[in-house]
Design a protein around this ligand. Structure first.
Ligand SMILES: [Zn+2]
Length: 412
């Protein structure tokens, strides 16, 4: 069977019919005649957008904010909170929460998720094993990539044990090597551990980078120069990059140019960083966002994601890419179109995935949002949505809203 999507508006404002055959777009035209092989979805009034990908999730921590409140509200408080409760994360608990969160993402339109999994003395390889099971269970529905997130050590003994655990996590079959060098007492040692592991394994690298308002942090620049010097070509993503947003403009522009030259994808995570950063700045607090304009002007790939989902790092979140996209409009000053491309096309590029387009031959990964405008769609004003992955319908959300006290109010 083929799937015929009728009367959709694409990102360029074209009103078209789209026929999907298997996992690909087969035909696009203003009107396509229905054939006996077609399943037909009438999507008149809907925008058909490239399906978002979540380039930076933490499914192992998801949905735990009520278990461990973040007492200080900052990054250090979140890490302390998660370490406090991680001992109680059983395999079943990890799998159940991660799966539930993944379904929330899927219902909102996200058909690919890169999730970090804590690796360290507080977690062993337990989180990795659980998320690998989730990856296998969801295969064919959601592309899940698991990143072994080497935790920063709290003591020299932890560093040694952490290196052993990272090797074990890689042997279990993770997709990406991660880390957070800026959290290490010795930042160079933190980078070295993850870098060496990625090179040895031939895996992409995705590092939490300079998630700090320290204006002297240069982890992103050091990473970019190292990628250029070594020719590392398995793919490098730098997430957060908050400090770049408080650097002097010329310094930020210089780093952005090196990031672009190195081909590093940068993932901005506005919701979590607006929550965690700037708590010690009572007046005119910084936004905790990377230097979006400088990076884009330099030609770097800038994606956006949701990061933590209702956990001590971010007690909010709807697993909805419209949240990250609309925050990129509000706080990153992107257009609605560019914001959507940040959570879809750019996110997929960071993950090494093909980018869906409404043209024949494209991968068939789309979300249809019922909205009067692209602004309304990106704002998340459209709760009603239809999700297509690998050419088939995988999620559909309908809403009935009634205002019985309002004469003549529209039903939506
Ligand atoms: Zn993260």
């Amino acid at each position: 069977m083929t799937l015929l999507l009728q009367s959709v508006t694409d990102l360029d404002g074209r009103l078209v019919d789209v026929r999907l055959d298997g996992a690909l777009v087969a035909e696009v035209a203003p009107v396509l005649p229905v054939t006996p092989a077609d399943d037909v979805l009438d999507l008149a009034g809907c925008w058909l957008l490239p399906a978002p990908a979540e380039p930076h999730a933490h499914l192992d921590k998801a949905l735990t904010s009520h278990r461990a409140p973040n007492r200080t509200g900052d990054l250090a408080g979140a890490i302390e909170a998660i370490r406090t409760i991680a001992a109680d994360f059983t395999h079943e608990d990890l799998v159940e929460r991660a799966t539930r969160a993944a379904y929330e993402y899927l219902a909102a339109g996200t058909t690919a998720i890169r999730t970090h999994a804590d690796v360290g003395t507080h977690a062993g390889t337990r989180h990795v094993r659980a998320l690998l099971q989730v990856r296998e269970a969801l295969a064919g529905l959601i592309d899940v990539q698991v990143v072994a997130l080497a935790s920063a050590p709290w003591s020299p003994g932890e560093a040694e044990a952490g290196a052993v655990l990272l090797r074990a996590a890689i042997e279990l079959g993770v997709d990406v090597v991660g880390g957070a060098p800026h959290m290490w007492p010795d930042r160079a040692a933190g980078l070295e551990l993850s870098w060496t592991a990625a090179v040895r394994a031939g895996l992409p690298l995705d590092l939490h980078t300079d998630e700090t308002l320290d204006p002297t942090a240069q982890g992103l620049l050091q990473l970019a120069l190292r990628v250029q010097a070594t020719g590392f070509d398995a793919g490098v993503t730098a997430s957060h990059c908050v400090s770049l947003g408080v650097h002097e403009l010329q310094v930020a522009r210089g780093t952005a140019a090196e990031v672009a030259r190195a081909g590093i994808g940068v993932v901005a995570l506005p919701q979590t960083n607006l929550y965690l950063q700037g708590r010690d700045v009572p007046v005119a607090p910084p936004r905790g966002l990377t230097a979006v304009s400088a990076l884009r002007a330099a030609g770097a790939t800038v994606a956006a994601g949701g990061d933590n989902l209702r956990d001590p790092f971010n007690p909010m979140g709807r697993a909805d890419p419209c949240e990250a996209a609309s925050l990129m409009v509000t706080s990153g000053h992107l257009s609605s179109r560019d914001a959507w491309l940040a959570v879809s096309a750019a996110a997929r590029r960071c993950m090494g995935l093909p980018v869906p387009r409404v043209v024949a031959g494209s991968v068939a990964e789309f979300v249809a949002l019922r909205a009067e405008s692209l602004d309304a769609a990106v704002a998340g004003a459209a709760t009603e949505r239809t999700v297509v992955s690998r050419g088939r319908l995988v999620a559909s959300t309908r809403v009935v809203r009634e205002l019985p006290g309002v004469a003549g109010a529209p039903r939506a």
